[in-house]
Design a protein around this ligand. Structure first.
Ligand code: NAD
Length: 428
C-alpha cells in the first residue's frame, strides 16, 4: 500500500516511520526543501528520532520525501500533519491546512482517503478542508473520496509514547470513511478508537489539551497562593499523589510552552463564539498560565533584592530554553518571555541549553535569533548574579549548578535532590 504524509514535522515524521515499519510505502511531502533533502539523505533533524532509524526506512525504499504534490496521484491515502498556530490576534490560523488541501486537490484520485491529524476546532474537516478539496478536485467527499479526522497524541521524549502503542481516535465523514480510516491506521497502530464523526474526533483532542491547560493553571495558582503561606507546593503534590483514586498530579512551572497546550484551547474559544458560547475556564487558565513568567521575574527580583542587587544591571542566566525537559523543541517556550521581561528591566541575559546550541529565527521572538547557549563551566556560571532554572533537563548537572552559582531561582523543583546552601535557592 502507498500513502502520502503531508508535513514532516514532530508529528508527521514519526508517523511516517511507523507506517514504513508496518509494510507501507510512505511518500512524505513537505514544502521545506531543506527538510526534504535532509530526510532523503537519511538525516533526522529531530533529536529524539535517530538518523539510523530513518536511514533504514529510506534505504529499504519504504520512505522517501518530496515537495512535488502532483505525486498525490500515486497514493491510496493522504494524511495531513501541518501546523495549526494562532495568528497575531490569537485566532486560529488554519491556512496551512487549507493550502495543503489546495495543493493536493487537483491530483486527488477517486477512492483516495484524506485524513487530517492537525489539532483544530470541530468543523475544520467536514467544512473547511472538505470545501477546498471538493472545489479543487471536482470530486465529492464521502462519495468520490473518503474524508476523516484522527488526532495525533505524540508526547515527545516520553519513552512510553510510542506511536504504535498509543490508541488512536478516528472519526469519518460517513461510515464508509470511518471504515477506510480505521483500516488504514490499523496497519500501523494497535488500538483504534472509532467515534461517530470528524467533529467528535476533533473535540476529543481539544478536550485532552484543555484538560492539561486548566490543570496546569490550577497548580500554578496554588503554587503562588501556597508560596505566600510559606507552604511548598511540590511537597503538597507529593503527598496528594499518594491518593490512589480521584487525583492526578500536575506540576507548576514558568508558564506554558510547546506547539499544543498554549494554543489549542483557543481554537475552541474562537469556534464557540460562533455558537454564542463562552469558554471561561479556558480563558482563565490562559490568563493564569500567561502570568507565570512575570511571577518568576518578580521572584528573581526578590532573590536579587535579598542580596542588595537590582535586576537592572544584574547578569541573569536562563537555564533551559526548550519548553519541557529532555527535548530540543523551544516553540512557544516561556524561556523566551523570561529573557525578554528581564532584558526590559535592564538585566544582562544569557541562556544555557544542551539541546539548543543557538536560537533559530522565529516569527514570535526575532530579537533572540542567533544568540548562543553559553558554556557550562565554573568560571562562566560564577559570573551570573542569578540563574533561573526554567527547564529541568536531565543532562544538566544540578550539583555543579549548586556549587558554582550564588543564587538560583528554581521553577521546576530541580534542586530538590541536590545539596545547596541556606538561602541559595528560591522556588518560583
Ligand atoms: N508536536 C506535537 O507534540 C504535537 C502533538 C499532537 C498534535 N500536534 C499537532 O500536529 C500538527 C503538526 O504539528 P507538528 O508539531 O508536527 O508541526 P511541525 O512544525 O513540527 O511540522 C509541520 C511540518 O509541516 C510542514 N508544512 C507547513 N506547511 C505545509 C504545507 N502547506 N504543505 C506541506 N507541508 C507543510 C512544515 O515545513 C513542517 O515540516 C499541529 O496541528 C499540532 O498542533 C502536535
Amino acid at each position: 500500500m502507498k500513502i502520502a504524509i503531508v508535513g514532516l514535522g514532530y508529528v508527521g515524521l514519526p508517523l511516517s516511520l511507523q507506517f514504513a515499519r508496518s509494510d507501507t510505502w510512505v511518500l512524505g511531502l513537505d514544502i521545506d526543501a531543506a527538510k526534504v533533502e535532509s530526510l532523503n539523505a537519511g538525516r533526522s533533524y529531530i533529536k529524539h528520532i535517530e538518523s539510523a532509524t530513518l536511514a533504514e526506512q529510506v534505504q529499504a525504499g519504504r520512505f522517501s520525501a518530496s515537495a512535488d504534490f502532483s505525486r498525490i496521484k500515486e497514493v491510496e491515502a493522504v494524511i495531513i500533519c501541518v501546523p495549526t498556530p494562532l495568528n497575531k490576534n490569537r485566532e486560529p490560523d488554519i491556512s496551512f491546512i487549507l493550502d495543503t488541501g489546495r495543493n493536493i486537490a487537483p491530483h486527488l484520485q477517486k477512492g483516495t482517503l484524506v485524513a487530517l491529524e492537525s489539532t483544530t476546532y470541530p468543523g475544520t474537516t467536514d467544512e473547511d478542508l472538505r470545501g477546498v478539496l471538493e472545489a479543487g478536485s471536482g470530486l465529492k467527499a464521502g462519495v468520490d473520496f473518503h474524508l476523516a479526522f484522527s488526532p495525533e497524541r505524540e508526547d515527545p521524549a516520553n519513552p512510553d509514547s510510542k506511536v504504535a502503542a498509543i490508541p488512536k481516535v478516528v472519526g469519518g465523514l460517513t461510515p464508509a470513511c470511518l471504515a477506510r480510516a480505521t483500516a488504514l491506521y490499523g496497519r500501523a497502530i494497535k488500538t483504534i478508537v472509532p467515534v461517530s464523526s470528524c467533529r467528535v474526533a476533533e473535540a476529543t483532542k481539544l478536550l485532552e489539551n484543555i484538560f492539561r491547560s486548566v490543570n496546569i493553571a490550577l497548580i500554578n495558582e496554588l503554587k503562588v497562593v501556597y508560596q505566600a503561606m510559606g507552604i511548598d507546593v511540590w511537597e503538597v503534590i507529593q503527598a496528594a499523589k499518594t491518593k490512589p483514586f480521584g487525583f492526578m498530579a500536575f506540576y507548576p512551572g514558568p508558564g506554558l510552552g510547546g506547539h499544543c497546550i498554549p494554543i489549542d484551547p483557543f481554537y475552541l474559544t474562537w469556534k464557540a463564539r460562533e455558537y454564542s458560547q463562552n469558554t471561561r475556564f479556558i480563558e482563565l487558565a490562559g490568563e493564569i498560565n500567561t502570568a507565570m513568567p512575570q511571577h518568576v521575574v518578580n521572584r528573581t527580583a526578590e532573590a536579587l533584592n535579598a542580596r542588595r542587587k537590582p535586576v537592572n544591571g544584574s547578569r541573569i542566566l536562563v537555564l533551559g530554553l526548550a519548553y519541557k525537559p529532555n527535548v530540543d523543541d523551544e516553540r512557544e517556550s516561556p524561556s523566551y518571555v523570561l529573557l525578554t521581561l528581564l532584558k526590559e528591566r535592564g538585566a544582562e541575559v544569557a541562556y544555557h541549553d544542551p539541546y539548543v546550541p543557538v536560537i533559530r529565527p522565529t516569527r514570535e521572538h526575532p530579537q533572540w535569533a542567533g544568540l548562543r547557549s553559553i558554556n557550562w563551566d565554573r568560571q562562566t556560571l560564577q559570573a551570573f548574579d542569578a540563574v533561573i532554572v526554567a527547564t529541568n533537563h536531565q543532562a544538566v548537572n544540578y550539583q555543579e549548578l549548586a556549587d558554582w552559582a550564588g543564587c538560583i531561582v528554581d521553577t521546576r523543583n530541580a534542586m530538590a535532590a541536590v545539596k545547596t546552601k541556606a538561602g541559595q535557592v528560591w522556588k518560583a
